[in-house]
Write a protein that binds this ligand. Structure first.
Ligand SMILES: Nc1ncnc2c1ncn2[C@@H]1O[C@H](COP(=O)(O)OP(=O)(O)OP(=O)(O)O)[C@@H](O)[C@H]1O
Ligand SMILES: [Mg+2]
Length: 475
Protein backbone atom coordinates (compact mmCIF):
# COMPACT_ATOMS: atom_id res chain seq x y z
CA UNK A 1 0.00 0.00 0.00
CA UNK A 2 1.36 3.44 -0.89
CA UNK A 3 2.05 5.72 2.07
CA UNK A 4 0.94 9.25 1.38
CA UNK A 5 2.75 11.00 4.24
CA UNK A 6 6.36 10.81 5.34
CA UNK A 7 6.49 9.19 8.76
CA UNK A 8 8.85 10.71 11.32
CA UNK A 9 9.67 9.02 14.61
CA UNK A 10 10.49 11.43 17.43
CA UNK A 11 12.51 9.95 20.28
CA UNK A 12 12.46 12.59 22.98
CA UNK A 13 11.46 12.58 26.64
CA UNK A 14 9.92 16.04 26.20
CA UNK A 15 6.32 15.61 24.90
CA UNK A 16 6.20 19.23 23.75
CA UNK A 17 8.46 18.44 20.80
CA UNK A 18 6.05 16.08 19.10
CA UNK A 19 3.11 18.32 19.94
CA UNK A 20 4.73 21.42 18.39
CA UNK A 21 5.84 19.60 15.26
CA UNK A 22 2.53 17.76 14.86
CA UNK A 23 0.67 21.07 15.00
CA UNK A 24 3.06 22.95 12.73
CA UNK A 25 3.91 20.39 10.02
CA UNK A 26 0.73 18.75 8.79
CA UNK A 27 2.42 17.23 5.71
CA UNK A 28 4.30 14.79 7.99
CA UNK A 29 2.98 12.02 10.17
CA UNK A 30 4.66 12.03 13.59
CA UNK A 31 4.90 9.10 15.97
CA UNK A 32 6.75 9.47 19.23
CA UNK A 33 8.67 7.50 21.82
CA UNK A 34 9.60 8.77 25.27
CA UNK A 35 12.87 6.93 25.65
CA UNK A 36 15.54 5.04 23.70
CA UNK A 37 14.22 1.53 24.35
CA UNK A 38 10.71 2.36 23.14
CA UNK A 39 12.22 4.28 20.22
CA UNK A 40 14.33 1.35 19.02
CA UNK A 41 11.29 -0.96 19.18
CA UNK A 42 9.22 1.52 17.20
CA UNK A 43 11.78 1.59 14.41
CA UNK A 44 10.77 -1.96 13.54
CA UNK A 45 7.06 -1.68 14.30
CA UNK A 46 6.40 1.76 12.77
CA UNK A 47 8.98 1.67 9.97
CA UNK A 48 9.52 5.44 9.98
CA UNK A 49 11.12 7.27 7.04
CA UNK A 50 13.14 9.57 9.34
CA UNK A 51 14.07 9.78 13.01
CA UNK A 52 14.42 12.84 15.21
CA UNK A 53 16.54 11.84 18.18
CA UNK A 54 17.16 13.86 21.30
CA UNK A 55 20.69 13.68 22.67
CA UNK A 56 19.90 14.22 26.32
CA UNK A 57 17.40 11.74 27.70
CA UNK A 58 17.07 9.90 30.98
CA UNK A 59 18.20 6.28 30.67
CA UNK A 60 19.80 5.60 27.33
CA UNK A 61 21.34 8.74 25.80
CA UNK A 62 20.73 9.74 22.20
CA UNK A 63 24.26 8.64 21.30
CA UNK A 64 23.70 5.18 22.76
CA UNK A 65 20.43 4.88 20.87
CA UNK A 66 22.19 5.93 17.65
CA UNK A 67 24.85 3.28 18.19
CA UNK A 68 22.14 0.62 18.55
CA UNK A 69 20.24 1.91 15.52
CA UNK A 70 23.39 1.50 13.44
CA UNK A 71 22.95 -2.25 13.77
CA UNK A 72 19.57 -2.07 12.04
CA UNK A 73 19.96 -2.79 8.35
CA UNK A 74 18.97 0.14 6.13
CA UNK A 75 18.03 2.26 9.11
CA UNK A 76 16.30 5.54 8.37
CA UNK A 77 18.36 8.76 8.49
CA UNK A 78 18.66 10.27 11.96
CA UNK A 79 18.52 13.96 12.84
CA UNK A 80 19.87 14.79 16.29
CA UNK A 81 18.14 17.28 18.52
CA UNK A 82 20.65 18.90 20.79
CA UNK A 83 20.64 21.54 23.48
CA UNK A 84 22.96 24.55 23.24
CA UNK A 85 26.66 24.03 23.89
CA UNK A 86 26.78 20.29 23.26
CA UNK A 87 29.56 20.49 20.66
CA UNK A 88 31.26 17.37 21.92
CA UNK A 89 28.11 15.32 21.44
CA UNK A 90 27.57 16.79 18.01
CA UNK A 91 31.01 15.65 16.90
CA UNK A 92 30.42 12.18 18.32
CA UNK A 93 27.02 11.81 16.66
CA UNK A 94 28.57 12.88 13.34
CA UNK A 95 31.06 10.11 13.75
CA UNK A 96 28.19 7.71 14.39
CA UNK A 97 26.49 8.72 11.17
CA UNK A 98 23.78 11.23 12.10
CA UNK A 99 22.61 13.18 9.07
CA UNK A 100 21.86 16.57 10.63
CA UNK A 101 21.58 18.53 13.92
CA UNK A 102 18.93 20.86 15.08
CA UNK A 103 19.51 23.01 18.07
CA UNK A 104 16.83 23.32 20.66
CA UNK A 105 14.80 25.46 20.93
CA UNK A 106 14.02 25.17 17.24
CA UNK A 107 11.90 26.98 14.74
CA UNK A 108 9.27 24.71 13.12
CA UNK A 109 10.13 26.04 9.67
CA UNK A 110 13.78 25.19 10.23
CA UNK A 111 12.82 21.59 11.07
CA UNK A 112 10.69 21.41 7.95
CA UNK A 113 13.63 22.50 5.77
CA UNK A 114 15.95 19.93 7.36
CA UNK A 115 13.43 17.10 6.98
CA UNK A 116 12.82 17.92 3.32
CA UNK A 117 16.54 18.24 2.58
CA UNK A 118 17.26 14.84 3.96
CA UNK A 119 14.34 13.25 2.17
CA UNK A 120 15.50 14.79 -1.10
CA UNK A 121 19.06 13.55 -0.57
CA UNK A 122 17.73 10.05 0.18
CA UNK A 123 15.59 10.09 -2.96
CA UNK A 124 18.57 11.17 -5.08
CA UNK A 125 20.77 8.52 -3.53
CA UNK A 126 18.16 5.85 -4.24
CA UNK A 127 17.73 7.09 -7.80
CA UNK A 128 21.49 7.01 -8.35
CA UNK A 129 21.66 3.49 -6.98
CA UNK A 130 18.87 2.32 -9.31
CA UNK A 131 20.48 4.04 -12.30
CA UNK A 132 23.87 2.57 -11.50
CA UNK A 133 22.52 -0.95 -11.22
CA UNK A 134 20.46 -0.53 -14.43
CA UNK A 135 23.53 0.74 -16.23
CA UNK A 136 25.58 -2.13 -14.92
CA UNK A 137 23.14 -4.78 -16.02
CA UNK A 138 22.70 -3.06 -19.38
CA UNK A 139 26.49 -3.11 -19.87
CA UNK A 140 26.59 -6.77 -18.98
CA UNK A 141 23.87 -7.54 -21.48
CA UNK A 142 25.37 -5.37 -24.20
CA UNK A 143 28.35 -7.67 -24.21
CA UNK A 144 26.26 -10.82 -24.29
CA UNK A 145 24.76 -10.92 -27.74
CA UNK A 146 21.93 -13.13 -28.93
CA UNK A 147 18.18 -12.85 -29.17
CA UNK A 148 17.35 -16.34 -30.39
CA UNK A 149 14.79 -18.18 -28.26
CA UNK A 150 17.56 -20.37 -26.86
CA UNK A 151 19.69 -17.39 -25.81
CA UNK A 152 16.72 -15.51 -24.36
CA UNK A 153 16.11 -18.55 -22.17
CA UNK A 154 19.76 -18.52 -21.09
CA UNK A 155 19.53 -14.80 -20.25
CA UNK A 156 16.43 -15.33 -18.20
CA UNK A 157 18.08 -18.14 -16.19
CA UNK A 158 21.12 -15.90 -15.60
CA UNK A 159 18.87 -13.13 -14.31
CA UNK A 160 17.08 -15.47 -11.93
CA UNK A 161 20.16 -17.24 -10.67
CA UNK A 162 22.70 -14.39 -10.44
CA UNK A 163 21.41 -12.79 -7.22
CA UNK A 164 21.16 -16.16 -5.45
CA UNK A 165 24.04 -17.88 -3.73
CA UNK A 166 23.58 -21.08 -5.70
CA UNK A 167 26.59 -22.85 -7.17
CA UNK A 168 26.27 -22.78 -10.94
CA UNK A 169 27.71 -25.19 -13.48
CA UNK A 170 28.00 -23.73 -16.97
CA UNK A 171 28.18 -26.27 -19.74
CA UNK A 172 28.66 -26.02 -23.47
CA UNK A 173 31.15 -26.58 -26.26
CA UNK A 174 34.32 -24.58 -26.50
CA UNK A 175 33.76 -20.99 -27.58
CA UNK A 176 30.06 -20.82 -26.71
CA UNK A 177 30.52 -18.04 -24.14
CA UNK A 178 30.84 -19.87 -20.81
CA UNK A 179 33.26 -17.33 -19.40
CA UNK A 180 31.06 -14.38 -20.35
CA UNK A 181 28.18 -16.08 -18.52
CA UNK A 182 30.34 -16.64 -15.42
CA UNK A 183 31.29 -12.95 -15.39
CA UNK A 184 27.66 -11.94 -15.82
CA UNK A 185 26.57 -14.16 -12.93
CA UNK A 186 29.09 -12.33 -10.76
CA UNK A 187 28.38 -8.88 -12.20
CA UNK A 188 24.65 -9.19 -11.62
CA UNK A 189 25.01 -10.62 -8.11
CA UNK A 190 25.17 -8.85 -4.77
CA UNK A 191 28.90 -9.65 -4.73
CA UNK A 192 29.62 -7.58 -7.83
CA UNK A 193 31.78 -5.02 -6.00
CA UNK A 194 33.96 -7.83 -4.62
CA UNK A 195 36.61 -9.78 -6.58
CA UNK A 196 35.89 -12.17 -9.45
CA UNK A 197 38.70 -14.72 -9.50
CA UNK A 198 39.20 -17.10 -12.40
CA UNK A 199 41.17 -20.33 -12.12
CA UNK A 200 41.66 -22.52 -15.16
CA UNK A 201 41.99 -25.99 -13.64
CA UNK A 202 43.34 -27.41 -16.91
CA UNK A 203 46.07 -24.80 -17.29
CA UNK A 204 47.74 -25.23 -13.89
CA UNK A 205 49.97 -28.31 -13.41
CA UNK A 206 48.32 -30.90 -11.16
CA UNK A 207 50.83 -30.70 -8.35
CA UNK A 208 50.60 -26.92 -8.17
CA UNK A 209 46.83 -26.64 -8.34
CA UNK A 210 46.21 -27.39 -4.68
CA UNK A 211 48.64 -24.68 -3.50
CA UNK A 212 47.24 -22.27 -6.07
CA UNK A 213 43.66 -22.81 -4.95
CA UNK A 214 44.11 -23.20 -1.21
CA UNK A 215 47.42 -21.44 -0.52
CA UNK A 216 50.27 -22.82 1.56
CA UNK A 217 52.09 -22.33 4.85
CA UNK A 218 55.74 -21.39 5.16
CA UNK A 219 57.88 -24.52 4.74
CA UNK A 220 55.02 -26.60 3.29
CA UNK A 221 57.33 -27.68 0.46
CA UNK A 222 60.69 -26.75 -1.02
CA UNK A 223 60.53 -23.15 -2.11
CA UNK A 224 57.65 -22.21 0.21
CA UNK A 225 59.64 -19.46 1.91
CA UNK A 226 56.63 -17.68 3.27
CA UNK A 227 52.95 -18.26 3.73
CA UNK A 228 50.83 -17.52 0.67
CA UNK A 229 47.06 -17.26 0.45
CA UNK A 230 45.37 -19.24 -2.30
CA UNK A 231 42.79 -18.11 -4.83
CA UNK A 232 39.92 -19.04 -2.54
CA UNK A 233 41.18 -16.57 0.06
CA UNK A 234 41.78 -13.89 -2.56
CA UNK A 235 38.22 -14.41 -3.76
CA UNK A 236 36.78 -13.97 -0.26
CA UNK A 237 33.39 -12.22 -0.33
CA UNK A 238 33.40 -12.46 -4.12
CA UNK A 239 33.04 -15.27 -6.66
CA UNK A 240 35.52 -17.84 -7.84
CA UNK A 241 35.23 -19.18 -11.38
CA UNK A 242 36.64 -22.70 -11.68
CA UNK A 243 37.05 -23.10 -15.41
CA UNK A 244 37.51 -26.57 -16.94
CA UNK A 245 36.37 -28.17 -13.67
CA UNK A 246 36.32 -31.54 -15.44
CA UNK A 247 40.13 -31.44 -15.34
CA UNK A 248 40.39 -31.13 -11.59
CA UNK A 249 42.35 -34.10 -10.18
CA UNK A 250 40.34 -36.52 -8.02
CA UNK A 251 42.44 -35.79 -4.90
CA UNK A 252 41.47 -32.14 -5.04
CA UNK A 253 37.84 -32.83 -5.74
CA UNK A 254 37.24 -33.93 -2.15
CA UNK A 255 38.88 -30.78 -0.82
CA UNK A 256 36.65 -28.71 -3.05
CA UNK A 257 33.62 -30.59 -1.79
CA UNK A 258 34.58 -29.62 1.74
CA UNK A 259 34.76 -25.94 0.75
CA UNK A 260 31.34 -26.23 -0.84
CA UNK A 261 29.84 -27.82 2.24
CA UNK A 262 31.59 -25.95 5.03
CA UNK A 263 33.18 -22.93 3.35
CA UNK A 264 36.37 -24.07 5.05
CA UNK A 265 39.68 -25.65 4.10
CA UNK A 266 43.24 -26.10 5.33
CA UNK A 267 46.19 -24.50 3.49
CA UNK A 268 48.83 -26.89 2.11
CA UNK A 269 51.11 -27.75 5.04
CA UNK A 270 48.73 -26.10 7.49
CA UNK A 271 46.66 -27.35 10.39
CA UNK A 272 44.09 -24.61 10.95
CA UNK A 273 40.86 -24.25 9.06
CA UNK A 274 40.56 -21.13 6.94
CA UNK A 275 37.04 -19.84 6.58
CA UNK A 276 35.95 -18.16 3.36
CA UNK A 277 32.75 -16.71 2.02
CA UNK A 278 32.93 -17.43 -1.70
CA UNK A 279 30.40 -18.17 -4.37
CA UNK A 280 31.53 -20.92 -6.72
CA UNK A 281 30.82 -20.85 -10.44
CA UNK A 282 32.19 -23.69 -12.60
CA UNK A 283 32.41 -24.40 -16.30
CA UNK A 284 33.25 -27.38 -18.42
CA UNK A 285 32.99 -28.55 -21.98
CA UNK A 286 33.49 -32.16 -20.84
CA UNK A 287 30.83 -34.77 -20.37
CA UNK A 288 30.96 -35.02 -16.57
CA UNK A 289 28.43 -37.87 -16.44
CA UNK A 290 30.82 -39.89 -18.57
CA UNK A 291 33.75 -38.85 -16.34
CA UNK A 292 31.76 -40.11 -13.32
CA UNK A 293 31.22 -43.47 -15.02
CA UNK A 294 34.96 -43.66 -15.63
CA UNK A 295 35.56 -42.76 -11.99
CA UNK A 296 37.42 -39.60 -12.93
CA UNK A 297 34.91 -37.29 -11.33
CA UNK A 298 33.20 -37.65 -7.93
CA UNK A 299 29.46 -37.96 -8.24
CA UNK A 300 28.84 -36.23 -4.88
CA UNK A 301 30.84 -33.22 -6.10
CA UNK A 302 28.96 -33.23 -9.37
CA UNK A 303 25.56 -33.06 -7.63
CA UNK A 304 26.79 -30.32 -5.32
CA UNK A 305 28.23 -28.23 -8.18
CA UNK A 306 25.25 -28.80 -10.33
CA UNK A 307 22.72 -26.98 -8.14
CA UNK A 308 21.91 -25.05 -11.27
CA UNK A 309 23.14 -25.90 -14.75
CA UNK A 310 23.28 -23.39 -17.55
CA UNK A 311 23.70 -24.98 -20.93
CA UNK A 312 25.02 -22.82 -23.75
CA UNK A 313 23.82 -24.16 -27.08
CA UNK A 314 26.37 -24.42 -29.91
CA UNK A 315 26.21 -21.65 -32.49
CA UNK A 316 25.00 -24.02 -35.20
CA UNK A 317 21.79 -24.47 -33.21
CA UNK A 318 21.08 -20.76 -33.04
CA UNK A 319 22.05 -19.41 -36.43
CA UNK A 320 19.61 -16.53 -36.03
CA UNK A 321 22.14 -14.98 -33.62
CA UNK A 322 24.85 -14.81 -36.29
CA UNK A 323 23.91 -11.45 -37.90
CA UNK A 324 23.80 -9.72 -34.50
CA UNK A 325 27.09 -11.27 -33.43
CA UNK A 326 28.68 -10.28 -36.75
CA UNK A 327 27.69 -6.65 -36.41
CA UNK A 328 28.76 -6.63 -32.76
CA UNK A 329 32.24 -7.92 -33.64
CA UNK A 330 32.53 -5.63 -36.68
CA UNK A 331 31.81 -2.64 -34.44
CA UNK A 332 34.23 -3.85 -31.79
CA UNK A 333 37.17 -4.53 -34.10
CA UNK A 334 36.61 -1.56 -36.40
CA UNK A 335 36.77 0.68 -33.39
CA UNK A 336 39.78 -1.19 -31.98
CA UNK A 337 41.75 -1.01 -35.23
CA UNK A 338 40.33 2.38 -36.20
CA UNK A 339 38.72 1.23 -39.41
CA UNK A 340 35.51 2.44 -40.96
CA UNK A 341 32.59 0.11 -40.22
CA UNK A 342 31.08 -1.66 -43.20
CA UNK A 343 28.38 -4.29 -43.34
CA UNK A 344 29.20 -7.62 -44.96
CA UNK A 345 27.72 -8.44 -48.36
CA UNK A 346 24.68 -10.69 -48.51
CA UNK A 347 26.73 -13.40 -50.17
CA UNK A 348 29.23 -13.45 -47.33
CA UNK A 349 26.51 -13.37 -44.72
CA UNK A 350 24.66 -16.27 -46.27
CA UNK A 351 27.91 -18.26 -46.26
CA UNK A 352 28.33 -17.50 -42.57
CA UNK A 353 24.75 -18.62 -41.92
CA UNK A 354 25.33 -21.94 -43.66
CA UNK A 355 28.51 -22.75 -41.79
CA UNK A 356 28.43 -25.12 -38.82
CA UNK A 357 30.92 -23.31 -36.56
CA UNK A 358 32.71 -26.08 -34.68
CA UNK A 359 34.63 -23.39 -32.77
CA UNK A 360 31.37 -21.53 -32.03
CA UNK A 361 31.30 -17.81 -31.24
CA UNK A 362 35.05 -17.62 -30.70
CA UNK A 363 35.62 -18.86 -34.24
CA UNK A 364 33.14 -16.36 -35.65
CA UNK A 365 34.78 -13.57 -33.64
CA UNK A 366 38.24 -14.49 -34.91
CA UNK A 367 37.02 -14.61 -38.48
CA UNK A 368 35.44 -11.15 -38.25
CA UNK A 369 38.61 -9.83 -36.64
CA UNK A 370 40.62 -11.04 -39.62
CA UNK A 371 38.16 -9.59 -42.10
CA UNK A 372 38.45 -6.23 -40.37
CA UNK A 373 42.24 -6.34 -40.13
CA UNK A 374 42.72 -7.40 -43.74
CA UNK A 375 39.88 -5.26 -45.06
CA UNK A 376 38.76 -8.17 -47.22
CA UNK A 377 35.64 -10.22 -46.62
CA UNK A 378 36.37 -12.67 -49.44
CA UNK A 379 38.65 -14.59 -47.06
CA UNK A 380 35.43 -16.13 -45.72
CA UNK A 381 35.06 -18.19 -48.86
CA UNK A 382 38.50 -19.60 -48.59
CA UNK A 383 38.46 -20.19 -44.87
CA UNK A 384 35.09 -21.79 -44.65
CA UNK A 385 35.73 -24.13 -47.55
CA UNK A 386 34.10 -27.55 -47.51
CA UNK A 387 35.35 -30.31 -45.32
CA UNK A 388 36.40 -28.01 -42.54
CA UNK A 389 32.77 -27.40 -41.72
CA UNK A 390 32.16 -30.84 -40.25
CA UNK A 391 31.17 -30.61 -36.58
CA UNK A 392 33.49 -33.47 -35.64
CA UNK A 393 36.42 -31.52 -37.01
CA UNK A 394 39.39 -31.86 -34.68
CA UNK A 395 39.74 -28.12 -34.80
CA UNK A 396 37.87 -26.69 -31.90
CA UNK A 397 39.95 -23.99 -30.42
CA UNK A 398 41.25 -20.93 -32.16
CA UNK A 399 40.63 -19.90 -35.69
CA UNK A 400 44.28 -19.03 -36.09
CA UNK A 401 44.97 -22.77 -35.93
CA UNK A 402 42.68 -23.23 -38.85
CA UNK A 403 44.38 -20.57 -40.91
CA UNK A 404 47.67 -22.22 -40.21
CA UNK A 405 46.61 -25.64 -41.39
CA UNK A 406 44.39 -24.67 -44.27
CA UNK A 407 45.88 -21.72 -46.07
CA UNK A 408 49.16 -22.45 -47.86
CA UNK A 409 49.96 -18.75 -47.93
CA UNK A 410 49.54 -18.54 -44.20
CA UNK A 411 51.60 -21.67 -43.62
CA UNK A 412 54.36 -20.38 -45.83
CA UNK A 413 54.39 -17.11 -43.92
CA UNK A 414 54.01 -18.70 -40.51
CA UNK A 415 57.57 -19.88 -39.90
CA UNK A 416 61.13 -18.85 -40.70
CA UNK A 417 62.48 -22.25 -39.79
CA UNK A 418 63.74 -23.78 -43.00
CA UNK A 419 63.43 -27.29 -41.53
CA UNK A 420 59.84 -26.90 -40.42
CA UNK A 421 57.80 -29.53 -42.27
CA UNK A 422 54.72 -27.38 -42.20
CA UNK A 423 56.68 -24.46 -43.62
CA UNK A 424 58.30 -26.55 -46.37
CA UNK A 425 55.05 -28.18 -47.45
CA UNK A 426 53.17 -24.91 -47.16
CA UNK A 427 55.67 -23.10 -49.34
CA UNK A 428 55.64 -25.90 -51.91
CA UNK A 429 51.84 -25.89 -52.10
CA UNK A 430 51.74 -22.12 -52.25
CA UNK A 431 54.22 -22.05 -55.12
CA UNK A 432 52.29 -24.71 -57.03
CA UNK A 433 49.00 -22.95 -56.39
CA UNK A 434 50.40 -19.61 -57.52
CA UNK A 435 51.84 -21.16 -60.69
CA UNK A 436 48.60 -22.90 -61.57
CA UNK A 437 46.45 -19.84 -60.99
CA UNK A 438 48.80 -17.66 -63.10
CA UNK A 439 48.69 -20.26 -65.86
CA UNK A 440 44.90 -20.48 -65.91
CA UNK A 441 44.57 -16.70 -65.80
CA UNK A 442 46.86 -16.34 -68.82
CA UNK A 443 44.94 -19.10 -70.59
CA UNK A 444 41.61 -17.34 -69.99
CA UNK A 445 43.08 -13.99 -70.83
CA UNK A 446 42.50 -12.85 -67.25
CA UNK A 447 38.80 -13.62 -67.39
CA UNK A 448 38.47 -14.28 -63.68
CA UNK A 449 35.08 -15.97 -63.81
CA UNK A 450 36.23 -18.45 -66.41
CA UNK A 451 39.46 -19.03 -64.49
CA UNK A 452 37.54 -19.73 -61.28
CA UNK A 453 35.34 -22.25 -63.12
CA UNK A 454 38.37 -24.00 -64.53
CA UNK A 455 40.11 -24.07 -61.17
CA UNK A 456 36.87 -25.27 -59.56
CA UNK A 457 36.97 -22.63 -56.84
CA UNK A 458 34.59 -19.74 -56.17
CA UNK A 459 35.03 -16.39 -57.88
CA UNK A 460 35.57 -14.62 -54.56
CA UNK A 461 38.09 -17.16 -53.51
CA UNK A 462 40.03 -16.55 -56.72
CA UNK A 463 39.99 -12.78 -56.15
CA UNK A 464 41.40 -13.33 -52.71
CA UNK A 465 44.16 -15.59 -53.99
CA UNK A 466 45.09 -13.15 -56.78
CA UNK A 467 45.51 -10.49 -54.13
CA UNK A 468 47.39 -12.76 -51.77
CA UNK A 469 49.85 -14.01 -54.42
CA UNK A 470 50.24 -10.51 -55.76
CA UNK A 471 49.34 -11.61 -59.31
CA UNK A 472 48.51 -9.12 -62.03
CA UNK A 473 47.83 -9.24 -65.71
CA UNK A 474 51.05 -7.42 -66.67
CA UNK A 475 53.27 -10.14 -65.17
N1 LIG B 1 26.88 -14.37 -26.72
C1 LIG B 1 28.05 -13.76 -26.96
N2 LIG B 1 28.10 -12.44 -27.22
C2 LIG B 1 29.27 -11.82 -27.48
N3 LIG B 1 30.45 -12.43 -27.48
C3 LIG B 1 30.48 -13.75 -27.23
C4 LIG B 1 29.29 -14.48 -26.94
N4 LIG B 1 29.61 -15.77 -26.71
C5 LIG B 1 30.95 -15.84 -26.85
N5 LIG B 1 31.48 -14.64 -27.14
C6 LIG B 1 32.90 -14.34 -27.38
O1 LIG B 1 33.50 -15.52 -27.86
C7 LIG B 1 34.76 -15.75 -27.25
C8 LIG B 1 34.71 -17.08 -26.53
O2 LIG B 1 33.85 -17.00 -25.41
P1 LIG B 1 34.22 -17.68 -24.02
O3 LIG B 1 35.67 -17.52 -23.73
O4 LIG B 1 33.26 -17.18 -23.00
O5 LIG B 1 33.91 -19.20 -24.42
P2 LIG B 1 34.04 -20.53 -23.55
O6 LIG B 1 32.72 -21.22 -23.68
O7 LIG B 1 34.53 -20.17 -22.20
O8 LIG B 1 35.13 -21.35 -24.36
P3 LIG B 1 36.22 -22.45 -23.82
O9 LIG B 1 35.44 -23.67 -23.42
O10 LIG B 1 37.07 -22.68 -25.02
O11 LIG B 1 36.94 -21.81 -22.69
C9 LIG B 1 35.01 -14.60 -26.30
O12 LIG B 1 35.84 -13.63 -26.92
C10 LIG B 1 33.64 -14.02 -26.08
O13 LIG B 1 33.72 -12.64 -25.87
MG1 LIG C 1 36.35 -20.57 -21.27
Amino acid sequence: MKKDKTKVLIIDDDPKVSWILGEGLAEFEFVSARDGIEGIQMVSTEKPDLILLDIKMPGMTGLEVLEKLNRVQNRPEVIMLSGQGETKNIVESMRLGAAEFINKPFDVKEVEIHLNNILEKGRLRQELKTLKSELKSRNQYEQFIGDSTKMMQVKSIIEQVAPSELTVLIRGESGTGKEIVARMLHGLSTRSEEPFTKVNCAAIPRDLLEAELFGYEKGAFTGAHKQKPGRFEVANKGSIFLDEIGDMPLELQSKLLQVLEQQEFVRVGGIHNVHVDVRIICATNKNLEEAIRRQQFRDDLFYRLNEISIFLPPLRQRQEDIPLLVSHFIQRYCSLYQKETQALSQETMSRLLQFTWPGNVRQLENLIKQIVVRGDETIVFDMLSNGYAEPESPYNIANEAFVETHSPVAIAAASDNAFSLKHRVGTAIANEEKKLIAEVLTKTNWNRRKAADLLEISYRSLLYKIKDYNLNSSK
